[in-house]
Write a protein that binds this ligand. Structure first.
Ligand SMILES: C[S@@+](CC[C@H](N)C(=O)[O-])C[C@H]1O[C@@H](n2cnc3c(N)ncnc32)[C@H](O)[C@@H]1O
Length: 247
């Protein structure tokens, strides 16, 4: 019987992999990886490892998830290390715990290797801290996909200073409208960070009102940050530019 390591690949930059993830990738017999895991990270896999793509095409998620579970059980039935590689951290909107439970119920040994979640790291890399003394002392990470919008109670985030929405690109205008209806000001600064930590990273800043009016064009995957902390970006990134010039 093999052992499955449920590993977080971080937001995209291979240098944000943990040392433990890098070591296990080099030892693995099979690597089952998700759509958001870039090829630069797979380059750390053992050259003789079997690489299995497990990306979920829209509309077939449930069916593909069943195939992934079956593939994990099959690969784990032979001796050696099986890596299940997921974008960011495997326990943040990644179905990591569901896969762990499925394997544990079949007597398969599982160990988690946490990864750097896009929720915190992608805003930070763009010069947006989720908390800042005197500006924001709390944040929440929320799923912005359809399931969460159909049974939403966005009012429960009322007292939270910074909202970080993952999977929120498609329904961004509905999310923004709902938050304004619940009392957030339309002038509140927001940011979308597309493909954070990769060479294709793009940051779009706007206001909540702009997003509600459908004026903000962005592509998935992106982290949607809502709150006053977004306005710190200008000063933080300007300071970085000045330091680079000074050296
Ligand atoms: C299914 S969730 C998985 C989150 C992941 N487990 C994590 O901890 O980052 C996928 C969403 O994460 C966000 N995301 C992941 N990687 C990203 C990146 N490099 N840049 C921007 N957003 C990213 C996007 O909102 C995307 O729709």
């Amino acid at each position: 019987m093999g052992k499955v390591y449920l590993i977080g690949a971080g937001p995209g930059d291979p240098e944000l992999l943990t040392l433990k993830a890098t070591r296990l990738l080099a030892q693995a017999r099979a690597v089952i990886y998700d759509r958001l895991v870039p090829s630069g990270i797979l380059a750390y896999a053992n050259p003789s490892a079997r690489l299995v793509y497990a990306g979920k095409e829209p509309g077939r998620q449930q069916e593909i998830q069943q195939d992934i579970l079956a593939a994990l059980v099959e690969h784990a039935s032979k001796p050696g290390i099986v890596v299940r590689l997921k974008g960011g951290d495997p326990m943040v909107f990644g179905r990591g715990a569901e896969e762990w439970l499925h394997l544990a119920e079949r007597g398969i040994d599982v160990e988690v290797v946490p990864g750097v979640s896009s929720a915190i790291s992608v805003p930070a890399l763009a010069g947006i801290p989720l908390t800042y003394r005197g500006v924001a002392s709390s944040f929440a990470v929320v799923a912005g996909h359809r399931q969460n919008l159909e049974a939403p109670d966005w009012s429960c985030y009322r007292g939270i200073d910074t909202l970080v929405v993952l999977m929120g690109v498609e329904f961004r205008d509905i999310i923004a409208t709902t938050l304004i209806e619940l009392g957030r000001p339309a002038c509140l600064p927001v940011a979308f960070i597309e493909r954070g930590s990769t060479p294709e990273e793009r940051v779009v800043t706007a206001t909540l009102g702009d997003v509600a009016r459908g004026r903000v064009l962005v592509q998935s995957p992106a982290v949607f940050v809502i709150g006053e902390v977004v306005s710190l970006r200008t000063a933080l990134t300007a300071a970085a530019t000045e330091a680079a010039v000074a050296h």
